[in-house]
Design a protein around this ligand. Sequence first.
Ligand code: UDP
Ligand code: MG
Length: 319
Amino acid sequence: MQKKTISVVVPVYNEEECILGFLDESLFPVIKKIKDYNMHVILVNDGSSDNTLPILRKYIKESKDDIALISFSRNFGKEAALSAGLKYAKGDAVITIDADGQQPPDLIPDFIGKWENGAEIVTGVRDKYTKHGLLQKMGSKLFYKLLRMMGNKYTVPGSTDYRIMDRIVVDEFNKLTEHNRITRGLVDWLGYRQEYVEYTYGVRMAGKPSYNIKKLFHLAIDSFISMSTTPLVIFGYIGIFIVITSFLLGMFVIINQYILGDPLQLYWNGAVQMSIFISFLVGLVLISQAITALYISHIHAETQGRPLYIIDEKKSLNL
Ligand code: UDP
Ligand code: MG
């Protein structure tokens, strides 16, 4: 029987300090032990501004292994690098893994094993929140909590971009056209049979993470915006609440003061009446904003052009 091919996609951005160590001491020792598959590595240089590119080119020239290099004209971000890698990967399954050694390549055989046993996606999940700073730790906890609250039931807390995907999943992923993409969210959105491998998020071999707090914050905002409309709806509900309460208060003022002649002796003056009226208007504005935002979110969904559904060909019959 012909050997199956597995592609390994590695996004690389300014990793001059650890890329050689990662390839030579971490990734390839594992890959070389895998004899049952043709292993094909695709390095995606995400517009590195340091010496990463020359290092990679030299490495590939001198290596006997099957390695391809995609090099961007500038830094487009890890999500773009992953998408490019997935597009060019030809394997029966595709593994994505970071270039800094934080996602241990030793687990690649476990991923492959689960895939061979029928999982179409196997995602690596950090066993605890072994992120760098306290702020990031709390940030990522909060992130998953909010994501869940906002109705994204698919994303498992701590899930990372260390994963293997079957060919059918990769093909469907490659059909997605949206530009603002969070790979994790999209893969979860695709569905299919997903399993998880727990691992301890290691420390960087060298160099600094290029995802600083600011970038992570943007990533989090992007995830919320691309996956859910709940934030808008919450403000709409607040608006409804304000409108109802201020309307009732207003009715109360009219009845108490102008019809009954203030039997409760509240002496609410014009300023109080005015603030009730203004609250009412603020509530209306919030509601109308939420409605506008819902329209925009529909437009947004249309422009994303996601497929309406995805057919699981293995489970379907006689098509
Ligand atoms: N990376 C990339 N483009 C970027 C930022 C990062 O391709 O703009 C790569 C980086 O080289 C590494 C992986 O994405 O292989 C994860 O990046 P990093 O270690 O900075 O993030 P973290 O470990 O905090 O998730
Ligand atoms: Mg890292």
